[in-house]
Ligand binder design. Structure first.
Ligand code: COA
Length: 311
């Protein structure tokens, strides 16, 4: 039995809340109004779809990863959030505790295999199982390749790619008995080049290849491995950095659906991939980008280069 990890904190769930109300409130807090793309997940899927299952989410304190954790919790999964900042995790865990699920938070840096492994072991021990691990932790900035330092390139490779490997490997022993699944959070840069993103593109391309490799290697254990590829998503740190220099309208023109996505639209696919609905899906790179990849990044990438954003 793995001893409880220092820094792993349980947050008591608040019972009796209406899941639909909670999800609606979460959506509204992102500035959205109710419409088709904002229908709460638990109205489209059973709120018990993942009841009794448990998930560990790296980078789960904010952004798309928190939205994925929220989506998993909204259909019943117990959640362990992992990130570098305990304060951020505590705030996120408090929000998720509004669902009728168990929520843990564990401060660990995905670059540190030992402390990440301890966090995953502790979460699996607390929950008694682990069904889904989300490798979402990422770092990024905007920098031209010619002036990017070796350390800068390596920092992103270490967090995104090496960190994702650590996450999958540390979860393996727990996913094997549950025939669980790994979900990698990739990016469009994994397939199409994007100016000033050589480091992130290399890291995310590595992640997609790692995803496919693990699907092949661990398929015999019943473990599925997939990646989700978010496009321009509202109110994320990454898109704030990429939309400020050229304006949102130019981005909208590059997207077939003509709009930014919501983080919960990525979460919906993550939930499906983590459930038995996707029991025969492994090795897949699922793009959730409103059709951005169809036109490539050329025009938007050139516009961003011309704007030479500072970060
Ligand atoms: N442009 C160029 N180089 C940069 C940079 C930038 N905007 N930001 C950081 N770097 C370089 C640093 O100069 C350093 O290299 P050096 O030692 O040669 O000077 C290297 O990257 C590591 O930076 P450091 O801040 O020490 O690393 P860190 O591990 O503390 O931070 C980062 C990791 C760099 C990825 C940081 O941006 C981060 O923590 N981001 C998390 C939040 C985030 O990126 N969110 C968006 C996710 S999509």
């Amino acid at each position: 039995m793995t001893p409880p990890l220092k820094g792993l904190q349980a947050v008591a769930p608040r019972m009796g809340e209406e899941l639909g109300d909670t999800v609606e409130r979460a959506n509204n807090s992102e500035g959205s109004s109710m419409s088709n793309e904002n229908t709460p997940l638990c109205e489209m899927l059973s709120p018990n779809l993942l009841r009794g299952r448990a998930a560990f989410v790296t980078g789960g304190g904010s952004g798309i990863n928190l939205a994925i954790a929220r989506g998993l919790a909204s259909v019943g999964a117990d959640i362990a959030l992992c990130g570098r900042s305990q304060d951020k995790l505590d705030e996120a865990a408090k929000e998720l505790s509004q669902y009728n699920v168990r929520v843990l938070s564990a401060a660990a840096d995905v670059r540190d295999r030992d402390s990440l492994g301890e966090a995953i072991n502790s979460a699996a021990s607390e929950f008694g199982r682990l069904d889904t691990v989300v490798a979402g932790a990422a770092g990024n900035f905007f920098a031209p390749a010619e002036s990017l330092s070796s350390n800068g390139f390596r920092a992103v490779i270490d967090i995104d790619l090496v960190g994702s490997f650590h996450t999958a490997q540390a979860a393996f022993d727990h996913l094997r008995p549950t025939k669980g699944n790994i979900l990698f959070v990739s990016a469009g840069q994994s397939k199409l080049p994007f100016a000033n993103q050589s480091h992130a593109g290399a890291a995310k391309a590595g992640i997609d290849n790692l995803m496919a490799n693990l699907a092949l290697e661990w398929g015999r254990f019943g473990i599925r491995s997939n990646s989700v590829v978010p496009g321009p998503i509202r109110e994320t740190e990454g898109m704030r950095r990429l939309s400020e220099p050229v304006g949102i309208e130019r981005w909208n023109q590059a997207v077939a659906l003509g709009r930014f996505g919501y983080a919960h639209e990525v979460a919906a696919i993550a939930v499906v991939l983590s459930s038995r609905l996707a029991s025969y899906v492994t090795g897949a790179r699922i793009v959730v980008d409103g059709g951005l990849e169809l036109s490539g990044f050329g025009a938007i990438s050139q516009a961003l280069s011309a704007a030479t954003p500072s970060d």
